[in-house]
Design a protein around this ligand. Structure first.
Ligand code: GLA
Length: 723
């Protein structure tokens, strides 16, 4: 529910048990309160210390007023010296802006954001308020969009900045969210990492100054996932106030908490202002991507469950969000580039025999592509390597009862390719500068419609030529020397964002033209694992590190924000190719079973015993996977600090649960580990399928159960059902 209290000039946004109040004060839009629901009462007292300014005659101390006011969308250059949301260069080369409240509109539902992925909601699921702020002298109108979800303590925010003047202006920054938080004892949680080590949970106390995370790599990045949480210093998985911020965007971003001299924290999030500029001619508007603000007064675990529910029900394509995904076998780690038609079919045959449901052909099937030095951009089959072509392969695979899927890397080109030779200016580049390569490749200029059209045409031809039911969309480098041969000099710095919009447009076309296609994203693993991508693809390959023990941490980190059903997660061969570790097949299965499950190895090498084990694993997946996919996740361990991790997924009706326990290293002379479950119904009685033990939910949660495994990298999977 959202309403405007005329008398107190307050917008009251009521999400489920989360109030967010915004007040018009001296014409400025200020943040009054956010937190647990409170009755509608006048909270003007919260601004009392700031009232020493009168806008009528501009007397008093305006700078003191502004520098202390918790502004909802602060402008640069007028006396608020904390981080601004908006910074605009006007026709005379000057930059100060001063936005004042003008009007508003409240309505049911949630609008789409032009050309951008965003959460969606029906009219009965959310309400929206658009608050219009205007800066008359510079001819700028900023419309702040807030949507309050009815069933979740979630508010989404974005802004639309429009030039309503007569001269062109240039946006130097247009962030999506600013939120000032009063509490002085706060920690900040971020997800930091790099290739093969994505989403490590970092938690640190906020002190005065700015603590900033983000990306200027052209993609959301593995270095920092586009998320941060501001939590009470004492917050745990179950207790304390938590504000989670998740950015629905896949390019350069910034997330920052700034604690000022008054010990107030200002959080901002949006497109990174680094090298960003966007020219707005009269009448033009710029829409920022949205930030999801997720509030929990019961700790970090609840924040995660709310993110999971939000993204499953309001972001991921409905066709797939709650749907069981086919068990896939991807050939990448099994063969790398070294395969023939016969080799692939021999792998697929065994895959079909053990219960795999889809065979995915990864990199190396197109152009001249025997290694990573050539071929990207030439999206037509290499018949010397794949005798009979994709259609023949897909038909053979289908005849075995398997679906067929294919890898593409649409945004990239190798200099050694027909495409590059024909169109050397189609890559992102700065003339007369070296075109820096990474993995021997350059980035195609997806800010250009002609480039996108050509690449899409090739991909569509391949997808239309055979029964291809899945695409893995990869993106294996960052952006450098960013410039576009098609853009005017005054618009070059728009290329970063236009590139991302181009990628979104391609994904939109792909998923509209092939509505049944299962799209999986990937960017050297989890280099672009973000809500923007999840809007198009229900699953993303979480990491190129397929080692089960490393994956425990990687999956734990991702689970802070993302439903685990979105994490592409495969059993690979041992010794593991990334870390050389040897882990039991059982544990590899238990780790992978929680995500979008599959195998990534040469199945034709399976021993008979392994075939039996894999068959049983796949059966386990079919029996249990509805719980990770649709249930509530409770994290019971912390693999960043302890030698184990444990997750329990509980069905929404609390009649069923699955407990996954992974032991990292074994230790001698230790008492068995007690795992106290969470999220069960204390008054129900549960039976553990594997042990026959019968216990109340209360006992399982308060007294816990013992886990005592011998050996490193061991695991167990227990299913509980009510009796
Ligand atoms: C990236 C992906 C891998 C694989 C290779 C192929 O590294 O993350 O899964 O697809 O590219 O080149």
């Amino acid at each position: 529910m959202i309403f405007f209290n005329e008398q107190s000039q307050t917008f009251v946004l009521k999400a489920a048990n989360f109030d967010y109040r915004v007040k018009v004060i001296n014409g400025y839009l200020a943040h009054e309160y956010s937190g647990k629901a409170v009755p509608d009462e006048d909270m003007a007292y919260r601004f009392a210390p700031n009232f020493a300014y009168s806008p009528a005659d501009d007397s008093g101390d305006k700078l003191h007023f502004l520098n202390n006011l918790p502004l909802e969308y602060p402008c640069a250059g007028i006396g608020d010296f904390r981080e601004p949301s908006l910074h605009i260069l006007n026709k005379n080369g000057m930059t100060s802006n001063d936005l004042r409240y003008e009007s508003h509109r409240i309505y049911a539902g949630k609008p789409k954001l032009k050309n951008l992925p965003a959460t969606f909601a029906n009219d009965d699921e959310a309400d929206t308020v658009e608050i219009v702020l205007v800066d008359k002298p510079s001819g700028i109108e900023a419309t702040l969009l807030y949507t309050a979800f009815k069933n979740l303590p979630v508010i989404s925010r974005s802004a639309r900045v429009k030039n309503i003047g007569e001269d062109s202006v240039t946006l130097l920054r247009a962030l999506s969210l600013c939120l000032d938080i009063e509490n002085t004892r706060l920690d900040m949680i971020t997800l930091s990492g790099m290739w093969a080590r994505e989403c490590e949970v970092q938690r640190q106390p906020l002190k005065r100054g700015k603590h900033s995370v983000g990306s200027i790599m052209g993609k959301s990045s593995a270095e920092f996932n586009p998320f941060l949480a501001i939590v009470d210093r004492d917050a745990t998985e179950e207790t304390g106030e938590v504000f989670g911020f998740s950015f629905v965007y896949s390019g350069n971003w910034i997330g920052q908490a700034e604690v000022n001299h008054m010990d107030r924290a200002r959080v901002v999030m949006g497109i990174n202002p680094y090298d960003f500029a966007w020219k707005l001619d009269p009448g033009e508007a710029f829409q920022t991507p949205e930030v999801i603000l997720n509030y929990s007064c019961e700790g970090i675990g609840k924040m995660s469950r709310q993110f999971h529910d939000l993204y499953r029900n309001h972001l991921i394509p409905k066709r797939w969000a709650l749907t069981k995904r086919p068990v896939q076998l991807n050939n990448w780690e099994g063969t790398y580039f070294d395969f023939t038609m016969e080799k692939l079919l021999s792998i697929a045959r065994v895959a079909a025999e053990v219960g795999v449901e889809m065979f995915v052909l990864d990199d190396g099937w197109f152009g001249k592509r025997d290694n990573d030095k050539s071929g990207l951009g030439d999206w037509f089959v290499n018949e010397t390597k794949l005798l009979g072509g994709i259609k023949h392969l897909a038909d053979e695979i289908n005849a075995m009862g398997l679906k067929f899927g294919l890898w593409f890397e649409p945004e990239m080109v190798n200099p050694d390719s027909d495409l590059y030779r024909a169109h050397p200016d189609w890559c992102i580049h700065v003339p007369e500068r070296i075109h820096s390569q990474s993995r021997n490749q350059l980035v195609l200029d997806f800010s250009r419609g002609d480039v996108r059209k050509h690449i899409y045409g090739m991909i569509k031809d391949v997808l239309s030529s055979a029964n291809i039911e899945y695409v893995k969309w990869d993106m294996n480098r960052t952006l450098s020397e960013v410039g576009s041969a098609a853009a005017a000099s005054g618009r070059q710095r728009e290329t970063w964002h236009r590139f991302v919009l181009g990628v979104y447009e391609m994904m939109e076309r792909l998923t509209s033209d092939f509505p049944e296609l299962l799209l999986e994203n990937c960017s050297s693993g989890g280099g672009r694992f973000d809500p923007g991508m999840l809007f198009y693809s229900p699953q993303i390959w979480a990491s190129d590190d397929s080692d089960a023990i490393e994956r425990v941490k990687i999956q734990h980190g991702h689970s802070l924000v993302y439903p685990v059903s979105t994490l592409g997660s495969h059993v690979s061969a041992v010794p593991n190719h990334q870390v050389g570790r040897v882990t039991p097949l059982k544990t590899r299965g238990h780790v992978a079973l929680m995500g979008a499950f599959g195998y990534e190895l040469d199945a034709s090498q399976f021993t008979n015993e392994e075939k039996e084990q894999v068959r049983a694993q796949i059966e386990e997946y079919h029996r249990y996977c509805h719980l990770p996919r649709t249930g509530d996740l409770y994290r019971l361990g912390n693999p960043f600090e302890e030698m184990y991790d444990a997750w329990v997924f509980v069905s929404k009706d609390k009649n069923e649960a699955i407990l996954q326990y992974i032991q990292i290293l074994a230790r001698p002379s230790c008492a068995p580990r007690i795992i106290k479950l969470k999220g069960l119904d204390p008054d129900k009685t549960y039976k553990i399928e594997q042990t026959g033990q019968v216990l109340s939910g209360a006992a399982l949660m308060n007294a816990g159960i013992y886990q005592h495994l011998t050996g490193d990298f061991e695991s167990s999977l227990l299913r509980l059902t009510t009796i």
